[in-house]
Write a protein that binds this ligand. Sequence first.
Ligand code: NAD
Ligand code: AHE
Ligand code: ZN
Length: 374
Amino acid sequence: MTDKFIKSKAAVAWGPNQPLVIEEVDVMLPRKGEVLVKVIASGVCHTDAFTLSGQDPEGLFPVILGHEGGGIVEQIGEGVTSVSVGDHVIPLYTTECGVCKFCTSGKTNLCSAVRETQGRGVMPDGTSRFYKDGQPIFHYMGCSTFSEYTVLPEISLAKVNKDAPLEEVCLLGCGVTTGMGAVLNTAKVEKGDNVAIFGLGGIGLSAIIGAKMAGANKIIGIDINESKFELAKQLGATDCINPKDHDKPIQDVIVEMTDGGVEYSFECIGNVDVMRSALECCHKGWGESVIVGVAGAGKEISTRPFQLVTGRVWRGTAFGGVKGRSQLPAIVEQYLAGEFKLSDFITHTMPLEDINKSFDLMHSGESIRSVIHF
Ligand code: NAD
Ligand code: AHE
Ligand code: ZN
């Protein structure tokens, strides 16, 4: 059967470090096992900027970025059974097939079903659903939410409660789930633990929410942009510190503040030097540091191995360890029940046409999250 196409407005990244261009693209209707989603809203995450900067080893161009979306199922392909037209969905860059070695391991939320083709910017059959003048445009993180319409594999969609405003719960497609999950799922912070959170953007502030929920004792927020401190304190940070105010390494400052170091630290920036500080501010014998930030091509972490020999642990997390299809719907319910707020994060909203402003606001440190409304 010949493939059919619909027109969609999309922000196309034609090359690294170039402003996105609003284009009318052709979107191929879903093939077997695939779903066409009408995107209602999409947050802009630092990872979108990271890939646009050319620093992502997996970065491909031209591409339609965006991976923090909320949308409505517009059409389903052959064999799709778990979602129907009209369902509200959150696209998942960490898919959940439920049957691969990873999904059945009980040890990780990483799923291997489509990760290889996703990293090559194509659908599982090796082709794209986006075209401009007949030339393919790459998908991004399996989501491409900076397009009015996008196509995803069925296993890349979490079906969520229709009562939840997609303009807010889109943030659960990445940032907020990642930060809260890093604390609650990956680290499993407990009541009374001291915690240090490096970087108070969308991810770090969400980690503060998680730490507060866990009943942490000291919640220390660290950022070089002090305009982030007010919201951090409102969300539960007990102390906010700027490394620039200190003439010694920030890890030494934190170790002094916490009688030997924190139980858990979280690096939410993507800076390998800060990752070292985050490890070294952990308590001897048991402190654990979780890397959340994504570092550019060629960057490597280092510390004295003695830091690990003496009991500190270094680990990382993707999407906060959350299994998207089976666990994200319940997080949406927690939000609906008022257990945490999302509106605090949305400092700016704008139409797709203004999307380049969202990157400017992120780089100038003025925004927490910009949300694009379609
Ligand atoms: P953001 O730009 O909103 O926030 C980053 C914050 O770090 C800013 O407040 C900035 O002022 C601060 N900062 C920068 N350099 C600093 C330094 N040297 N010391 C202290 N603070 C510093 O970014 P975000 O959207 O919150 O994302 C944070 C990181 O997390 C990015 O690297 C992003 O790619 C990554 N990320 C990872 C996952 C995952 O699953 N692992 C998911 C989402 C985002
Ligand atoms: N492509 C990069 C790595 C990017 C990365 O680490 N992505 C995170 C999500 S960031 C969301 O804002 C992630 O989940 N990684 C796990 C995965 O399977 O991609 C590189 O270095 O090549
Ligand atoms: Zn993200």
